[in-house]
Design a protein around this ligand. Structure first.
Ligand code: GDP
Ligand code: MN
Length: 347
């Protein structure tokens, strides 16, 4: 009868899993989302934009990670939003706890001092776990074992432009290992001894430092001091094997042994950026100009008219060439190297 058909149709329409097709994107890649249950709704708006602007054509999977179990509502509402596979992982306790040799009395004292100095997240212990996890552990989660590339996504971010090609395949083709959309200067009070530790590591293990590296992006005096430039890691599309490498594994455990993730407030952004700048070749770091993106309070909005036709952001709001951005420096250095490279080829 017509009623039966109607009831059956309603069921089909409302079953989010009914029409999941297989993935069409060709890379071994996934979105990685570190998130709390409470950020469900601000993530849904980001995910909606990511799907509409890009992933509905590729159906790449999502890996959600949390230090607490995801609840049913979170799983139901996020999996309903994509035709790609969605997986939900619990972070092992040892990846989200204070190591035995850290003196919590010193940590508490330093957090109190940073609170008085109004350092952003300076008095937060969960934020420190988050930065340490994103620096040294997310890529070791077993749900990521099967992937080569990841795209990091956070709740509340926006995607402004249609992306009509596959950035993972693009990265593989051009041997790109790390990419960004926004770069800026770090707060010095969060990393007083980070650069000393980096230099000490470089002296102990010179073999890991790439000769054709991007040191000039992070240091304006040939490595003596850190100029605070870093890629803003709330957006990253990168090669997981960069972090799985021997160089980075040793680098992270060296930094971790210094205790700066807790005694200071080392961010995953400077840690990733310094590693990428020192362990990779210049051409292996890429600025994704055509990915319009916002994480409060900054945006990257492409100015090229051809790209802008596919976007919904105001290029005048783009952070790229503001005084506090490092992207101008990155592009200048790239242009300089391109000139040097073409002169070398010509001569
Ligand atoms: P900000 O971008 O530096 O202001 O820091 P966020 O608050 O956005 O945190 C960075 C990322 O870590 C986001 O993806 C958050 O969802 C996630 N995050 C931060 N703290 C926690 C936490 O305590 N638990 C979980 N599961 N995720 C967290
Ligand atoms: Mn954030």
């Amino acid at each position: 009868t017509q009623d039966d058909t109607y009831i059956q149709d309603q069921k089909t329409i409302n079953d989010p899993n009914k029409t999941k097709p297989t993935q069409t994107g060709k890379a071994k890649a996934a979105f990685v989302v570190l998130i709390r249950n409470g950020d469900l709704h601000s993530f849904r708006s980001s995910m909606r934009q990511l799907e509409d602007r890009f992933n509905h054509k590729y159906n790449y999977p999502y890996v959600f990670l949390n230090d607490e179990p995801f609840n049913e509502e979170f799983i139901k509402l996020t999996s309903a939003m994509t035709k790609g596979k969605t997986e939900y992982g619990l972070i092992p306790r040892e990846h989200w706890s204070v190591p035995m040799d850290i003196d919590m009395n010193i940590v508490r004292k330093n957090m109190e001092k940073m609170r008085e100095e109004q350092v952003l997240y300076g008095d937060s212990l969960p934020y420190r776990h988050m930065c340490r996890f994103e620096s040294g552990f997310f890529y070791r989660h077993e749900l990521l074992d099967k992937y080569d590339y990841y795209w990091r996504v956070e709740p509340g971010v926006q995607f402004y432009c249609d992306l009509d090609y596959d950035p993972f395949v693009f990265m593989k083709k051009y041997d790109i290992r790390y990419s960004f959309t926004i770069s800026l200067y770090e707060y010095p009070k969060t990393i007083p001894t980070l650069w000393d530790s980096v230099r000490e590591f470089g002296k102990l293990h010179p073999q890991y430092i790439e000769k054709d590296n991007l040191m000039d992006f992070i240091s304006s005096d040939n490595g003596a001091t850190y100029n605070l430039c870093h890629f803003w890691s709330n957006f990253e599309i990168a090669d997981l094997n960069l972090w799985r490498s021997e160089a980075y594994t040793k680098f992270f455990s060296f930094l971790d042994s210094k205790g700066g993730f807790f005694y200071e407030r080392w961010g995953d952004a400077p840690v990733h950026s310094i590693a990428a700048a020192l362990f990779l070749k210049k051409h292996q770091i890429h600025f994704f100009n055509d990915i319009g993106y916002r994480h409060e309070p900054f945006s990257h909005c492409p100015a090229d008219e051809k790209i802008q036709l596919k976007c919904h952001c105001n290029p005048h709001d783009s952070f790229d060439f503001h005084g506090y951005s490092c992207t101008g420096k990155f592009l200048d250095l790239k242009a300089k190297w391109a000139t040097i490279a073409s002169n070398v080829t010509r001569n």
